[in-house]
Design a protein around this ligand. Structure first.
Ligand SMILES: Nc1ncnc2c1ncn2[C@@H]1O[C@H](COP(=O)(O)OP(=O)(O)OP(=O)(O)O)[C@@H](O)[C@H]1O
Ligand SMILES: [Mg+2]
Length: 391
């Protein structure tokens, strides 16, 4: 499968090898050329070789010794000579001046050394997501990521009913259960034969029909990619999640993720791929305190402007306004879901989601949220973006 092409520029032998292993290990990018010296002029053969490789990304190692000046000048030169390529600087975080200089010289990312595959993967995803926005490649699938501020705030209830509302209004919707122990199947009263681990284990031979065979169909047409029914012993890697979501957005118009209370590199990465991250909190101190921490964690990798607060089990608290909740969580409010314990808990027990009880206040509330999230894409058809270049 075609991937992002990467050129590595590093004078240190070991660092060149490490970076190549890490890049190729992301499985969304491939090293196409390696340079052992920094280019110093546009006419330099090193510059010409990098240009000939026509990479999506040039990764420049910035050493901590006296050579950092040469490396920074190389960043500037490569940025000028390869305006279509993104420059990633790899260096130490202990030298703020070097970071500032690298970014001024045109680096798109400054990635800490020692680097991990996850760091690189997150940077590649950010790059592709940004490019896809600029290019406006036309209709594409959207991911809505639902995450709890704190366990039990209602992520599963909101993800399940939002997915049903999207399916009812637009069709072609999938619900993906990323929770460590998946509850979405119980909410929908379906019995999955396969789950997300089966899908990620078979990525190497995945096509549309195989993907569909891992999904469990709910009676209204919603397709569920179920979570594990026993705590998963072998977690899919972050790279596998990226590939899986690439498939999903090419296949479905809307993909709702129930992330519940999972907070790890993989879920943060999926949040990075999402159109909107719905942070579910209740109006109590502990939950809003947690919301602020979760938004900080997710925001570290560039999700901040896509984060929205959903206040679940909403009730008016005298002396505490919605603006107070927004300020406490540090996220803009998008929706309120009323506190209807009997309706919601009995619907979960019966496996009959509240969305199925049309004309009720709570069903209208979820339809409204679906409408709010899709109001600019009435004519959106199926996904067309890909993390991978098409050749
Ligand atoms: N709007 C609501 N009004 C009243 N009760 C609610 C509401 N939404 C959810 N609940 C209740 O909160 C409980 C937890 O809901 P849910 O399973 O959706 O939470 P969760 O955040 O996904 O939990 P977990 O952290 O275990 O993944 C359920 O028993 C449900 O009845
Ligand atoms: Mg849950």
């Amino acid at each position: 499968m075609p991937e992002l092409s990467v050129v590595i520029v590093a004078t240190d032998n070991e660092q060149r090898t490490v970076l190549q292993v890490l890049v190729d290990g992301t499985s969304v990018a491939r090293t196409v050329h390696i340079c052992a010296s920094y280019p110093v002029a546009a006419s330099d053969p090193v510059t010409r070789r990098v240009q000939a490789a026509n990479p999506d990304v040039v990764m420049v190692d910035i050493p901590t010794d006296n050579n950092s000046g040469t490396a920074l000048r190389a960043v500037e030169l490569l940025h000028q000579e390869l305006p279509e390529s993104a420059i990633f600087a790899i260096g130490s975080l202990s030298q703020p001046q070097v970071i500032v200089s690298a970014m001024r010289a045109g680096a798109r990312e400054y990635i800490e050394r020692p680097t991990t595959t996850t760091d690189l993967l997150e940077a590649f995803v950010r790059l592709t997501t940004a490019q896809r926005r600029v290019q406006k490649e036309g209709p594409r699938g959207k991911v809505f990521f639902v995450v709890n501020a704190k366990g039990g705030c209602g992520s599963t209830t909101i993800a399940v009913n939002l997915a049903l509302a999207l399916q009812a209004s637009h069709g072609q919707t999938a619900l993906v259960d990323l929770a460590p122990l998946g509850h979405a199947a119980l909410h929908l009263n379906v019995k999955p034969l396969f789950n997300i681990s089966d899908a990620t284990r078979n990525l190497h031979r995945m096509d549309s029909s195989l993907l569909e065979s891992f999904m469990t169909r709910h009676k209204g047409g919603l397709q569920l990619l179920a979570g594990p029914s026993v705590p998963a012993s072998l977690e899919p890697s972050t790279a596998e999640f990226v590939r899986l979501f690439d498939m999903l957005v090419n296949h479905y118009r809307y993909v709702v993720v129930d992330n519940s209370s999972r907070l790890d590199a993989a879920s943060r990465l999926v949040a990075n791929l999402s159109e909107c991250v719905l942070l579910v909190a209740c109006t109590d101190v502990a939950s809003l305190w947690s919301a602020a921490r979760v938004q900080q964690y997710l925001g570290e990798t560039g999700n901040r402007e896509r984060l929205r607060l959903v206040l679940n089990r909403f009730r008016k608290v005298p002396g505490f306004s919605e603006t107070d909740a927004e300020n406490a969580a540090g996220v803009k409010l998008i929706w309120r879901v009323p506190n209807q314990y009997f309706a919601v808990s009995s619907s979960i027990d019966r496996g009959a989601p509240v969305m199925e009880q049309s004309h009720t206040e709570i069903a209208r509330c979820f339809s409204g949220l679906a409408q709010e999230l899709t109001r600019n894409d009435v004519d959106v058809k199926r996904a067309a973006w890909s993390l991978f270049k098409t050749v």
